[in-house]
Design a binder for this molecule. Sequence first.
Ligand SMILES: Cc1ncc(COP(=O)(O)O)c(C=O)c1O
Length: 428
Amino acid sequence: MHHSERDQPPIRELYDQYVLPTYARFPLCLARGEGSRVWDEAGREYLDFGAGIAVCSLGHAHPRLTEAISRQARTLGHTSNLYYTRPQGELAQRLVELVGVPGRCFFCNSGAEANEALYKLARRFGNLTSTGGRHEVITFHQSFHGRTLASIAATGQEKVRKGFEPLTPGFVQAVYNDLASVESVATERTAAVLLEPIQGESGIVPATAKFLCGLRRLCDARGWLLMFDEVQCGLGRTGDWCGWRSLGAPEVEPDAVSWAKGMAGSFPMGAIWVRDRPVTMHTGEAARLGDLYGPGSHGTTFGGNPLGCAAALATLDTITDEGLLAHAAEVGAFALEQLRGIGSSLIGEVRGVGLMIGVELDARTVSDTALGKSERAPSLQLVDCLQAAGLLAVPAGTHVMRWLPALNVTRTEVERAVAILKRVLAEV
Ligand SMILES: Cc1ncc(COP(=O)(O)O)c(C=O)c1O
């Protein structure tokens, strides 16, 4: 059945009747976007500082991305991984080059799926390099790794697990930025440590350089893999291709990394990179880490299809050609400075690396305002107020508002967003 524009049912009715209620959505139906601006169905304009939760790296409808996707769609959209296709090979080369350390990639469709590939790599590694079998992965409190059964066990937040027990075994959480805590949860079955170099969902919390260096040393000493979940902080967001290199310990290199979100600029895409490092099997045989993923060991139908890879290549090339790494670092620093200058007593800490920015509300002062006087978390209420004022932001935890704008967001747009936030904070 086709509806003419005039007899379209209200969008809420369609969702209420036909879409499972997994999300408490904001009351806004977005219809189109351009750069860092989006419009709702009624034609009202918003400044988009969420970018689809750190996905639209080039903003909306970037001509180079739309052209690459439509050209590839006209040529060859999907083949499965039974065959070779040029875009996948070229994208893998591009990703290995931007990490700058020899390695190889596997392609999938989302962040959770990329992390699944890391957990399976850790188990494969642990089980093939020890006689007793090692399968445990150490992750961290307040982490977020996705919504699959294994990822909710990896994620150090009770709220994502409730009602889905029993949890997938093999994950244990330590305190973030606390090396002694990592040692205290380790066992003879530990195979790997997985962390977000900058925790995103729980409020933009970066790992310290000292912690990263300590983890690398510990992993080397104990024969564990060090794996980084760069789903949110990777591929340009921090002003560097590699989020972990923005944290003051550029000498630390991981054994494996997961990516998704901004990777293909809006096309659903994920990947992992696995370092080319030697491993010794329990049989005494020498191998390369990536070879533990031999033919038949892992797979996915859609992963790395030509359409997604063309979108990712266009995204990464545009970031390079438009100088968006340096731009993200510079505009991000400008945004931090502007936010810190707001001088509202409601703002606690302002944290950020590049264009991954968190504004933490002060729990004490906020409790006396309209934002602190309802069941709804203050972060959500602030985002509601910003939306009403024409700015889209993303909540993180109960007290943090996140800005994850497109990497090509302008200084003027940042100034406009800061002015909106300032006005909203003054009004509540
Ligand atoms: C650090 C991190 N890892 C994994 C995920 C899961 O990614 P996806 O939602 O694409 O499965 C997210 C999503 O927010 C994330 O921020």
